[in-house]
Write a protein that binds this ligand. Structure first.
Ligand code: 8GT
Ligand code: MG
Length: 150
């Protein structure tokens, strides 16, 4: 959908307006060696096989932070407090069926050891090696920003 970026705003608007915006909260967990945790989406899910930042959809009544704390418990079996979630950047990407708006937090402190609670594969990766893992199109700009941060 990169073509939208070069269109007059009204035309781009009309195309985007037919698609719902989905709010997804995601996090870059960073360990003591400055590595980032990524998870490979399991078979059967959309975009299966791609590597992504842990997180998920913000449900009605949730803030992004509350959604992320819930998702991290469900997906990785770790506990995170809101104070440890530092807003970092966001992704805004028009997929075929929806517009994804995804705040990305950075978190360096959590309780427990991240484990794959939903059949994903987990990997700790240095920021300058993230490009070696295929990620969803929305995540591509985030990789460079993490490389600059870390
Ligand atoms: N968690 C996460 N989702 C991402 C990333 N990049 C990206 O395009 N997405 C998209 O955001 C959408 C929501 O993510 P999700 O499937 O994890 O949502 P969820 O945990 O609530 O799962 P569920 O719907 O199976 O319950 C998916 O379409 C996913 O492909 C990312 O880095 N992390
Ligand atoms: Mg998820």
């Amino acid at each position: 959908m990169d073509i939208l970026k070069s269109m007059p705003i009204t035309e781009a608007n009309q195309m985007a307006a037919t698609k719902p915006t989905i709010l997804v909260a995601a996090v870059a967990l960073v360990d003591d060696e400055n590595r980032v945790l990524i998870a490979q989406r399991p078979q059967g899910k959309s975009m299966a096989g791609l590597w992504e930042f842990p997180g998920g959809k913000v449900e009605p009544g949730e803030t992004p932070e509350i959604a992320l704390i819930r998702e991290l418990r469900e997906e990785l079996a770790i506990d995170v407090t809101e104070a440890c979630l530092a807003p970092f950047t966001f992704a805004s990407h028009l997929y075929e069926k929806f517009h994804l708006l995804m705040p990305l937090y950075v978190c360096r402190r959590w309780h427990g050891i991240p484990c794959p609670a939903e059949g994903q594969t987990l990997k700790w990766v240095r920021a300058n090696r993230l490009t070696e893992y295929e990620m969803p199109p929305a995540d591509i700009p985030l990789i460079a920003m993490l490389r600059d941060l870390l």
